[in-house]
Design a protein around this ligand. Sequence first.
Ligand code: IPD
Length: 280
Amino acid sequence: MADLWQNAMDHGVALARRAGEVVREALLTDREVMTKSCSVDLVTQTDQKVEQLIIQSVREKYPTHRFIGEESVAAGEACVLTDEPTWIIDPIDGTTNFVHAFPFVAISIGFSVKKQIEFGVVYSCLEDKMFTARRGKGAFCNGEAIQVSGQTDVHQSIIATEFGSSRETDVVDKIFSSLRKVLCIPVHGVRGAGTAAINMCLVACGSVEAYYETGLHVWDIAAGAVIVTEAGGVLLDTEGGALDLMSRRIVAANSRIIAERIVKEIDPFSPTRDDAPPTL
Ligand code: IPD
């Protein structure tokens, strides 16, 4: 089995690279923008094209494997994580960045077996940085081992977060209240790359001490989750319990000390779970 997953990861890396070429080419042409759940939840033909490219190629090689893909779920497919080998794909993490040519865009591919992430591939394709990790085997960027920062003083830290795509007043109020409290700990700064996957890689390589967000999805964080833990980091739910990949809430940090300190400042809320049955 071990070698099989290594082969699968190698295939994931090759596909992420190919997908990155498609994204880079698309940036040079017109990007036709469509919307999904609301006017600021964007999608382009490139998101759909890249997801199809990845799924088709994996299906040819691994016909029994399952998929959770951002655009397939948007098109009505179920978002259920089973014990079966499952590829969890965000074809473009940072679609809004892509639309505006803001230069952080990632292809994110996580792979789970028995609901545990076995490997993760995040290709920051405009920076040409390939982040990879396999459970128990360390985390890497372009083949070099990476590690979280050793900083345990939150006052000396940079924290990453995002505003997400909800514009509902009560959600925005909670996001700003948490942001205000985190900023005023005080921390050195708050940043956001505009993609959950890259924010998690920034934790993994020690550029920020923590990243938190509520409202993202399993495909945004599946690959990054194993990259963070293999780089020595910690994952928590925003209320301090164990991370639940389907709950749409995450704190990823360099250490338990920093993760728990950030949890204290977050006003938690619970968006509809990714695996909730569709409403009629
Ligand atoms: C989004 C990005 C963004 C985060 C959102 C995600 P997408 O993913 O990761 O940083 O704030 O919650 O949905 O839509 O660009 O794949």
